[in-house]
Design a binder for this molecule. Structure first.
Ligand code: ADP
Length: 151
């Protein structure tokens, strides 16, 4: 059973996340989209909303489940018997950040991080840019799955 987690804040899930998840589906038997709970962060969308946006977006995809977790990502992987962490890369800043995290995770466990490069059409999308557009009352429907923009 090749189980991967795709960890993130998903505040909210965007078409950039969806692209990475869909392209990773053929690589794994199961992808657990894992919302990390960080009590020091202020979120725009509640945990319940962020989870339900993801569940509705992938309701017809049997290989995808959604979970929340607190604490170290590698400990969560070990708890749910996931051997892989899936992450997306958009730019050199993502690479530097992700490299340090992946090396740290490898020093703590045997869990491998698998990176997929962003697609050309979604490379500019980030949850923070979506939140900025929402706060300033712009049209963000082309940046997110329909369950987010229709909420
Ligand atoms: P985090 O708070 O961990 O950065 P995010 O929800 O912002 O969580 O992102 C989760 C993952 O999705 C990260 O690996 C991030 O690089 C990736 N990601 C986000 N947007 C895109 C995009 N447009 N293209 C590719 N990967 C993306």
């Amino acid at each position: 059973m090749r189980r991967a987690i795709f960890p993130g804040s998903f505040d909210p899930i965007t078409n950039g996340h969806v692209d990475i998840i869909q392209r990773a589906l053929p690589l794994f038997d199961e992808i657990v989209i894992s919302i990390g709970i960080n009590s020091n962060k202020n979120y725009m969308f509640s945990l319940e909303k962020r989870k339900s946006f993801i569940e509705k977006t992938f309701e017809n995809e049997p290989k995808i489940t959604v979970k929340t977790y607190e604490g170290l990502t590698v400990n969560f992987c070990e708890r749910i018997k996931a051997s892989f962490i899936l992450r997306g890369l958009r730019n050199p800043a993502d690479f530097e950040f992700e490299k340090a995290i992946a090396h740290t995770n490898r020093s703590l466990s045997n869990i491998e991080t698998i990176f997929l490069l962003t697609s050309t059409g979604t490379s500019f999308i980030s949850s923070s840019i979506v939140r900025e557009v929402i706060q300033n009352h712009g049209d963000y429907s082309h940046l997110v799955p329909e369950f987010v923009s229709n909420s």
